[in-house]
Design a protein around this ligand. Sequence first.
Ligand SMILES: Cc1cc2nc3c(=O)[nH]c(=O)nc-3n(C[C@H](O)[C@H](O)[C@H](O)COP(=O)(O)OP(=O)(O)OC[C@H]3O[C@@H](n4cnc5c(N)ncnc54)[C@H](O)[C@@H]3O)c2cc1C
Length: 441
Amino acid sequence: MSQPPQAAPHRVVVVGGGFGGLQAALKLAAMPVELTLVDRRNFHLFQPLAYQVATGALAAAEICFPLRRAFRGRGNVRVLLAEVVDVELDARRVRLRNVVSETALDPLPYDTLIVAGGAQYDYFGHDDWQRHAAELKSLEGALTVRRRILGAFEAAELERDPARQAAYLTFAVVGAGPTGVEMAGQIAEIARSLRPDMRAADPLRSRILLIEMGDRVLATFPPRLSAKAQRSLERLGVTSRLGESVIDVDAGSISVRRPDGATERIESETVVWAAGVVASPLARLLAERAGFGVERAGRLAVEADLSLPGHPEVLALGDMVSLRQPDGSVRALPGLAPVAMQQGRHAARVVADRLDGRPPRPFHYLDKGNLATIGRARAVADVKGVQLSGFLAWATWLIVHLWYLIGFENRLVVLVRWSFSFFGRGRGARLITQAPEPPGD
Ligand SMILES: Cc1cc2nc3c(=O)[nH]c(=O)nc-3n(C[C@H](O)[C@H](O)[C@H](O)COP(=O)(O)OP(=O)(O)OC[C@H]3O[C@@H](n4cnc5c(N)ncnc54)[C@H](O)[C@@H]3O)c2cc1C
């Protein structure tokens, strides 16, 4: 007797192996679907710890996890290293660009498409600043920041002109959100850890400037915690320059407009960009293909169940989307890993519901709180209205980050490194690995 023909498995394509895409893919991998995960990088990057790589506290591999390895033993999952360059909504195909060889790649068909392309730093329309003000959104960016910070200390050690030495020891961090605060605090910690190792330059004479347009640091935290964080930063030697906006960045300096309208040029060889972000270009691509525009910060407005309006077979999530509300308004959730992870898992549930013939459910964000670390044993936390600071907040930050780091080996290694840093101010990854940039570049 002949067997009835088997229905072809449902083909799901997930774009992006970041926080949202990886969670969706991990959940889908256990379902009866044929899953393809596409990312232009071959690893998942734990962005919340990128600043620790930028400051030599952790090595690059410790905050990354190879995507292929996450699906070892899952025969229904394919991982493709490629860049998504277009989506043909009517034909239900994704167009890919090969990022490792010249071979042309065939379009990738899907029954369900999940897009989680994340966001990128926004230089407020001044893309030329990027050359001089490195960012922390990519591993390469973090390694560039590390090279520049460590290189500046080395240059200061060699410099005989006091004004030049001061410029090398001036570090400007733009943006006082969690990343900027963490970065500024860590530069202060590096200066302390370098002091016994330097001879001609005194790292404790470093000027660390945290430049912020708003009127307080950590604006998404309650004002009391912002004030505490600012005091902690000051104790570490960081100067918060609030109400100042950046008007220019070039090789060797940053210019700001102060609250009184006056402008100031600050000689600084190291500028780190931790200011606004804009959604991945995939948001605009999907919006245009579906026949509408993007929202604030280039985000794509999706329905309550995360689907693309008019295309229930396409879901988008994470930093690149905002949510349509029942009253027609659009709400942007914060650009945080928990939002993307919860949405990733939700997208997988939407697929499961569809396969079982159930209607998709709306996404609800469960806000578990907000954490930011400032330096060694200093942090602030706002967990469901409970405001913590100091060691307790830092211990909470530490546990949460270890918990969410992907891979047991990474967790163990990071725990060991942090223990060494805590007890001995050790910085095992204090290496300048890339070729130094030519002076004045
Ligand atoms: C420096 C820094 C520190 C942060 N700290 C914190 C923190 O402490 N706590 C917190 O909750 N959040 C933090 N965040 C925010 C958090 O990292 C983001 O909210 C989260 O990464 C968003 O997840 P996502 O899946 O939307 O995007 P991402 O995690 O950015 O993933 C996007 C993925 O898509 C891939 N991709 C993009 N475009 C394409 C394409 N065309 N083709 C193929 N692949 C593509 C990328 O390679 C990437 O792997 C931080 C972010 C940064 C940059």
